[in-house]
Write a protein that binds this ligand. Sequence first.
Ligand code: 9MR
Length: 377
Amino acid sequence: MIIRMQWYNLVVLLALVSFSACSKSGGTSTGGGGTGGGGGGGTTTVILKNLATPPVGVGISYDLFKNNLSYSGLIKTQFDRVTAEYQMKHGANVKNDGTYEFSRTDDFVNLAQANGLSVFGHVLAWHQNNNGTYLRSLSGAAQVNSALQNWITTMVTRYKTKVTGWDVANEVVVDGTGDLRTSANSPAGSDVFYWADQLGRNYIADAFRWANAADPAAKLFINDYNLEYDSRKLDSVIKIINELKAASVPIHGVGTQMHININTSNAGIDNMFQKLAATGLLVHVSEIDVRINPSSASPFTPTTALYDQQAQKFRYIAESYFRNVPAAQRWGLTVWNLTDADSWIVQSGKIDFPTLFDAGYIKNLRSLNIVQDYNNK
Ligand code: 9MR
């Protein structure tokens, strides 16, 4: 029988966190409070959010959160913070004529907060998940500029005080070269729109300024992926951060998505956290998942050995984050998607098991033993 290790992964991750930092209110409680678990080890239930001082977040589906009690129950019990994987994007809120429809997003934010979860805003200026129909109907840079300013201002103003941090600029440079992302170096798509095509690189600074004007208290992030793997991209993001800081642009944080796999280099992870910490900004590990089938083999059977490697990789992220990012700069650790069933990787057709919970919301007994082992050291 193959024993699922996903919960073990997160527990190893957060057991380490609890070891490295003061916990919010203790790492375990007795009885109840979780989904699955239990078994021969007694009634101890691990509460992930209590294991780490920085917030522990998860990227989630609004529809599942609203309609699936197993899904929402596990999130409420285990996490501090949620990021909408789609609902707060341009395409989810802007109609084809450029007007806004916020009823679902209002409901998402209110629902999260009513359940004791804080909301991280994602995302204001990205090239994907836009309303491409509307944006392509605009003519000229002035109209595009107004559309971006209006969207950012409207969004940040609407959720002021409710959303205390935003991914303002996402994935602004391309893999390999670190060049500014435009339609000249990146693919087209119905919901794809490259702000830089008409606005040049200034759209990045402007996006931060508009967001800051709308809510001066919100923490504003630049966010990107492959930073643990692609040193030119990492250096390019850091160069942009330094340019923004030199121009007194209100940028407060940098997000590293960390869509990684079991073969990702630990040295690369260390190098990334060291360089990101050196910016002096808040550092958010913003979208963690760890693939165990990175070559997309098919058929593919997950094994205990692969889950163990995955667990070690989750663990290394936390170790490196706590070792290399000073406490005052830790914005938090966020995993992307709750279960393998709703993982964007699996949803895109790949065979993989990249998240912390299986499709049945299971955590397994071994995880509890791992926590006990850590706590007893
Ligand atoms: O998880 C998101 C998925 O549901 C969307 O279809 C996809 C659209 O491209 O975006 C996914 O989330 C992305 C996030 O917003 C930005 N970083 C990469 C994430 C995975 O693609």
